[in-house]
Ligand binder design. Structure first.
Ligand code: C2E
Ligand code: CA
Ligand code: CA
Length: 539
């Protein structure tokens, strides 16, 4: 569209140009940070004319300064009426950054309207730096001395983004909306946004994402560590008259769902330290872990390994990196391949016990391995995190313990008494196999209070009473009862036991034995019988 300079200047005088304000949001909290001022031209005949059309014309035909002055005057005045913590970002054209009196002009306008320059951010596009970088640097430093901040706009679209970034003392980096837009669908864009945010962070700059239109984009940006967001999701540009409404409008956090909590976690971490420190911290944790750790890519190549794993594998770190598991550990590979592939298909394989093959490093050792799929911001599996614990010593210990338990059990079975264990209420926890043989009970029947079923009905209540007395007093159990012997009537037993008391003084359980007192009883009865029959002998 061809814009007539005379007409444009005339429109400017008539006040057809006006500033619009688009909200900038702190992604982490959802709070309003401030606004970006965007030029609007409502032509009485042609209607709205896009700044993409009139800004280049204004720059080319020398009315950009007049336009900027008009917009800033109105913009500063409108902002002066809003809470002082709200900021204003304005766009300054390439040429203007080379005008020696730009800082003074901005300062005068601010003073005239009562707007503090500490609230102002000047957005410059990469092309704004042009050939005379030295000149631009002097002006930029003067603007900073006045309290203004500098933002590099549309980052990523120019030709020499990185070198521009070094030229001026920037405070903010604005990620161009073309990347933000395609970020949720295109991996490349996502990587560019991630890289720009990472670059910004490592240079200590605030990163601002433009053109945020969806919740999904906002969540992803937050997850990537981007600080500020701007776009239709948070609000379209509005005229000054609507500013108060925008300021008082209720705002939501970027999201309250699971990806936001994940995003918040990552974000809050990103606040604690610079990426370089964070990396050093993570590396130290990684290397110092008593667990072998490795990260494999989708082609099963080692991308990273920690020191513990290099020791476990008996292979130096440099011989791992870039090589596949099959190349590094040919003998072990057939045992682990299926788990790695399962993790690559998205499954968490939490703990697999593997005995290392007889050929290869540390033969015969037992390892406990977990496989965790690693996903990128879009949830795509990009590799597998493997953690390995050597459990050989633990296994040996367990074997020894089982053996000694076995010995003990064997010894106990040889004793004439029958050992038992009950809980503080009298439920049977363990008893010798001989109880089963004697009573004909099955393994299920004796457990809990089941053992009481073997008792003679007349002995059951007295036994319970006697045991309850011991449970209350803690005094030893000593009770006699008859148990049913399938096929051969009743057998008389004497149960004796004592309590094991825990550190808190409470009874943990009771240990005891059963003694066969059948013969003793019979003998006693016989004695008594004899005494009754021949009372005269002793007389
Ligand atoms: P910019 O500085 O990158 O401004 C952001 C542009 O993105 C604005 O377009 C804004 O309306 C648009 N935008 C904001 N949110 C979204 C979104 O969610 N989706 C999409 N698709 N677009 C969004 P606008 O207002 O048309 O301005 C275009 C460009 O014109 C600006 O790009 C800026 O470079 C330039 N411009 C605007 N006002 C001024 C000014 O006062 N002075 C100078 N020198 N340039 C200006
Ligand atoms: Ca801008
Ligand atoms: Ca921009």
């Amino acid at each position: 569209m061809v814009i007539d300079t005379q007409e444009a200047r005339h429109s400017l005088e008539k006040g057809e140009f006006s500033p619009y304000f688009q909200p900038l949001i702190v992604l982490r909290t959802g709070k309003l940070k401030g606004f970006e001022l965007l030029a609007r031209w409502k032509h009485p005949v042609y209607g709205w004319i896009s700044p993409d059309d009139f800004i280049p014309a204004a720059e080319k035909n020398g009315w950009i300064d007049a336009l900027t002055r008009e917009l800033l005057r109105e913009g500063f005045a409108a902002m002066a009426a809003l809470p002082a913590e709200l900021t204003l970002a304005v766009n300054i054209s390439a040429l203007q950054l080379h005008h020696v009196n730009l800082p003074e002009r901005i300062q005068n306008l601010a003073e005239a309207t009562g707007f503090s320059l500490g609230r102002l951010t000047i957005e410059i596009t990469e092309s704004a730096l042009g050939a005379n970088v030295e000149n631009a640097r002097v002006i930029a430093n003067r603007l900073k001395a006045l309290g203004c901040k500098l933002a590099l706009d549309d980052f990523g679209t120019g030709y020499s983004s990185l070198s521009q970034l070094r030229c001026l003392p920037f405070d903010e980096l604005k990620v161009d909306r073309s990347f933000v837009h395609s970020m949720t669908e295109e991996r490349e864009s996502r990587k560019i946004v991630a890289a720009v945010v990472g670059l910004g962070q490592s240079l200590g700059l605030i990163t601002v994402a433009e053109g945020v239109e969806t919740q999904e984009e906002a969540e992803m940006l937050l997850w990537l560590g981007c600080e500020l967001g701007q776009g239709w999701l948070f609000g379209k540009p509005v005229p000054a008259a609507e500013l108060a409404n925008v300021v008082s409008a209720p705002r939501q956090r970027v999201s309250a769902d699971r990806s936001a909590s994940r995003a918040r976690r990552v974000y809050s971490r990103s606040l604690d330290a610079q990426p370089s420190q964070r990396f050093a911290q993570l590396r130290a944790i990684y290397d110092g872990a008593p667990v072998g750790l490795a990260f494999l890519d989708t082609k099963l190549r080692y991308i990273s390994v920690n020191r513990t794993l290099t020791e476990m594998n008996g292979v130096p770190m440099e011989d791992h990196l870039g090589r596949t598991v099959q190349e590094v550990l040919p003998a072990l590979f057939p045992k682990v391949e299926q788990y790695i592939r399962r993790a690559l298909s998205g499954e968490v394989v939490p703990g697999v016990e593997i005995v290392k093959p007889t050929s290869g490093p540390n033969p015969g050792t037992t390892i406990f391995v977990s496989y965790q799929p690693a996903r990128d911001e879009a949830g795509e599996v990009v590799g597998v995190m493997i953690s390995i614990v050597d459990v050989t010593a633990l296994k040996d210990e367990e074997k020894k313990r089982l053996e000694s338990e076995e010995h003990f059990r064997y010894m106990m079975e040889l004793m004439p008494q029958i050992p038992w264990v009950i809980d503080p209420e009298g439920r049977a926890l363990d008893v010798s196999q001989r109880w089963l043989q004697m009573t004909g009970m099955t393994d299920e029947q004796w457990r809990g209070f089941g053992w009481l079923d073997a008792l003679h009905p007349d002995d059951r209540q007295p036994t319970i009473d006697a045991m309850n007395r011991s449970f209350r007093s803690g005094q030893s159990i000593d009770v006699e009862y008859r148990v049913r012997q399938p096929g051969s009537g009743w057998k008389c037993l004497r149960a004796r036991g004592s309590a094991r008391v825990g550190a808190d003084g409470k009874i943990v359980c009771w240990y005891g034995t059963l003694e066969d007192i059948d013969e003793q009883k019979r003998y006693q009865e016989e004695l008594e019988h004899c005494a009754v029959e021949r009372p005269s002998i002793s007389a």
